[in-house]
Design a protein around this ligand. Structure first.
Ligand code: KG4
Length: 340
């Protein structure tokens, strides 16, 4: 009998539901929340309210598009954390209610585990191209910046991670500070394409090992822009393309330095990226170039699997389910990775 998993993702500001059958994607529905744009960042209370409004229609739509009835589901995979507690509570409570009413098991998923396995979602009509184990995943999003060694679908270890801000936060906060909009990553990515990446230089962190730090470079940009605006109030307007190109290049350099170091240290040449920042065109180009130079096999996720989505939660849940894992109904969501 086929294993049909409903995935539910509600860790931040996207409500998403997906259905997979034996690892093949049948549907993946995402409702993004525009309500946060006016505030230049995600407002947790507004996010959980929007999840409450979205979750029933999003799950219904995912089942309808998959052509699957609720009664045919084998299990429900849901994001337990890390993320915003109120948002996670909506997905977790919904999964519990569905699990009770359908009398099927539920399986909790670590959101980051989903990003790491996003490349394992198989799609009809598309070639199945998956990294071999062990592989390294550069996981870069609004809340995380990590280098993860993935030994098998259920066994992974974090080799390095940010000690302060995530790289996505650096994109978002700097864009907000320059008045360029939210979320910052896509805006900076777009402007960077028209700018000179060598024009401005930013201080690089010196963090030992494979850990990252992005708060220093954020402050470096902040002071630089403030000083220049004091001389010319329209400095940003006149130079935004070059500022974005130089800033983005500095962020990519920081990410790549440690990834190269991790690949050398482990001898692993299977390299993937995941998380919202993996949509960045500069990072994608750079990883492919480095890969060619260093003999890596690089795997880039499709854009739709870079940001938060339930397909990746469903596939991670599928592996947990196959391993016989079941989550009890008294489970509570957790906001921090350390609590998982
Ligand atoms: O994984 P994700 O959807 O969720 C959170 O971690 O919240 O990542 C969102 C992050 C944001 O910081 C956003 O600015 C960034 O991904 N992002 C990008 C791009 N598209 C989204 N960063 C750089 N370049 C992009 N093209």
């Amino acid at each position: 009998m086929a294993d049909i998993i409903l995935g539910i993702e509600s860790s931040c500001d996207d409500t998403s539901a997906a259905v997979i059958k034996d690892g093949w994607l049948l549907s993946n529905v995402i409702a993004s929340q525009d309500v946060h744009k006016a505030y230049g960042g995600v407002v947790p209370e507004l996010a959980s309210r929007a999840h409450e409004q979205n979750i029933v229609p999003v799950v219904s739509e995912a089942l309808a598009r998959a052509g699957v009835s609720a009664g045919e589901l084998s299990a429900i995979a849901f994001t337990r954390g890390p993320g915003l507690l109120g948002s996670l509570l909506v997905g977790t409570s919904f999964a519990k209610a569905l699990s009770i009413s359908l009398d099927i098991p539920m399986v909790m998923v670590n959101h980051l585990h989903g990003h790491i396995l996003a490349g394992f979602v198989k799609e009809e009509g598309k070639p199945v191209v998956q990294p071999g184990f062990p592989y390294l995943c550069l996981l870069v999003s609004g809340g995380n910046s990590q280098i993860v060694k993935v030994n098998s679908p259920l066994d992974f270890e974090i080799l390095g991670q940010t000690i302060d801000d995530a790289v996505g936060e650096a994109f978002d906060k700097c864009s907000k500070m320059m008045g360029l909009g939210y979320p910052g990553g896509p805006v900076i990515d777009k402007l960077a394409k028209q700018g000179d990446p060598e024009r401005f230089k930013f201080a690089k962190p010196h963090i030992p090992g494979l850990d990252y730090s992005f708060s220093g470079i954020k402050t470096s940009l902040l002071y630089f822009v403030r000083d220049e605006i004091a001389k010319d109030p329209d400095f940003i307007g006149k130079n935004k393309e070059d500022i974005c190109a130089s800033f983005q290049k500095a962020l990519i350099d920081i990410l790549m330095d440690k990834l190269i170091k991790a690949a050398k240290q482990t001898g692993i040449r299977e390299i993937t990226i995941g998380g919202g920042v993996s949509a960045n065109s500069g990072l994608r180009t750079r990883i492919v170039e480095e890969g060619r130079r260093r003999g890596w096999n690089t795997y880039l996720p499709e854009f739709k699997f870079t940001t938060d989505n339930a397909a990746m939660i469903a596939i991670a849940g599928y592996y947990h389910y196959l391993a016989g894992e079941r989550t009890p109904l008294d489970v509570a969501p957790v906001s921090r990775m350390a609590d998982f």
